[in-house]
Design a protein around this ligand. Structure first.
Ligand code: HSE
Length: 430
């Protein structure tokens, strides 16, 4: 081990600049904690001219990020470019092939290529670390790799996307609709100009796939995640949720079933008395249930300059210490290739909101469709009378199989008195 750990950073956006700042701010402390000096020797980013408020004097600027992988004076490449392919992927692969360590915050890359990259790192004896890829500043990967490593994980779930949690929280607090809150969040810089990765659940699904692989010792399987976003959640659903004793959260959930690994990202009705119901705004939370530890929950900021830099630097310090562990806890060659449990097999309770013509016989027809699939109702609410003649009817059910619920809903959607596609939100029990 050389006396100084030499670092190259690719990508100087919010997170990259945050890492440069943190390394400078805690230079002495990090040297003590890492057992050797940490030195930023080179950086690379798309624009050199962009104002970043960081001191790069004495730091080499590489026009081509890939040069960081080839540079003989760099021990660890920190990849903060993002994206599942392109330069980010080429850089990580090339750095690992060159025997360098890699620290990355790139959940998309890991979700799609995690198992291969872990195998490559192990082949070269390099460290591949990605604490910042999941839930920003929350040290959840470390928790799974270290603090909880004695447990068999039975289930994990979490709020993995701050943008969605912010939108759902603001919808509840203000009574405004999704489109309005999203536009405001974009204007304030909280949501991306292209919000689809966040609001359609893809970002959360990337993170869930990485968490699942780490927790269950399985090959990261992004394609196996059932994904639904929050676009269809209305302020009406949020109000009904409150009335029924729930809060609506976009969760990522994973567990092992007899059909394989179930991974799902979708809006959930979460009982108000559970801690995760009270994680609000941009905050993230991850709950891990282990066979010996029981229930644990970690919460904190899932994005932003300081929190994400905190996670990246934790990995850099691990590299400085020479803590080389398999990226997904078990050696890459031993990661299980488990099947994805099909969503049809999911068993749970459901919230269904229908917009129906307020006329006799509608509820009877809806009940008949549910009864035909042996779905048992828990409650039913009908509110008011609207001028258009359509009123919301809300049903909650006892546990049933997803396939049954989908068949019943297909029938219900075809009823003449049902005005629009039913809104289905799964009720979770914790
Ligand atoms: N866009 C993400 C979020 C943060 O809103 O939580 C980065 O993963």
């Amino acid at each position: 081990m050389t006396e100084t750990l030499k670092i190259g950073i690719a990508g100087l956006g919010t997170v990259g600049a945050g890492v440069v700042k943190l390394l400078a701010a805690h230079d002495r402390l990090l040297g003590l904690r890492g057992g050797r000096r940490l030195e930023l020797v080179a950086v690379s980013a798309r624009s050199r001219a962009r104002k970043r408020d960081i001191d790069l004097s004495g730091v080499r600027w590489e026009k081509d990020a890939l040069a960081l992988a080839d540079a003989p004076d760099i021990d660890v490449v920190v990849e903060l470019i993002g994206g599942s392919g392109g330069v980010a992927k080429r850089l990580v692969e090339r750095a690992l092939r060159a025997g360098k360590h890699v620290v990355t915050a790139n959940k998309a890359l890991l979700a799609l290529h995690g198992a291969d990259l872990a195998a490559l790192a192990e082949k070269r004896g390099s460290i591949l670390a990605f604490e910042a890829a999941v839930a920003g500043g929350i040290p959840i990967i470390k928790a799974l790799r270290e603090g909880l490593v004695g447990n068999r994980v039975s289930r994990l779930y979490g709020i993995l996307n701050g943008t969605c949690n912010y939108i759902l929280t603001t919808m509840r607090e203000t009574g405004r609709d999704f489109d309005v809150v999203l536009a405001e969040a974009q204007a304030a810089g909280y949501a991306e100009a292209d919000p689809s990765f966040d609001v359609d659940g893809i970002d959360a699904a990337h993170k869930l796939a990485v968490l699942t692989g780490t927790a269950f010792g399985t090959k990261v399987d992004f394609a196996g995640v059932h994904v639904e976003g929050i676009r269809r959640v209305t302020s009406m659903d949020i109000e009904f949720a409150q009335e029924l004793g729930y809060r609506i959260k976009l969760l990522g959930l994973a567990r092992e079933t007899s059909y394989g690994i179930e991974q799902r990202v979708h809006p959930c009705m979460v009982p108000l008395e559970t801690p995760i119901a009270h994680i609000e705004g941009v905050f993230n939370a991850v709950a891990i249930e282990g066979d010996h530890v029981g229930k644990t929950m970690f919460q904190g900021r899932g994005a932003g300059q300081g929190p994400t830099a905190s996670a990246v630097v934790a990995d850099i310090v691990d590299v400085a210490r020479g803590r080389n562990m398999p990226a997904f806890v078990v050696p890459a060659a031993r990661l299980a290739d488990k099947k994805a449990s099909p969503m049809d097999r999911h068993v749970g309770a459901y919230y269904i909101r229908l917009m129906v013509q307020d006329q006799p016989g509608v509820i009877a027809a809806v009940s008949k469709a549910l009864a035909a699939e042996r779905i048992s109702l828990e409650s039913m609410l009908q509110r008011g009378r609207s001028q258009s003649g359509e009123v919301p009817v809300v049903l909650t059910t006892h546990e049933t199989q997803e396939a049954r619920m989908q068949r019943a809903l297909a029938k219900i959607s075809r009823l003449k008195a049902v005005a629009e596609a039913p809104c289905l939100i799964r009720i979770e029990a914790f």
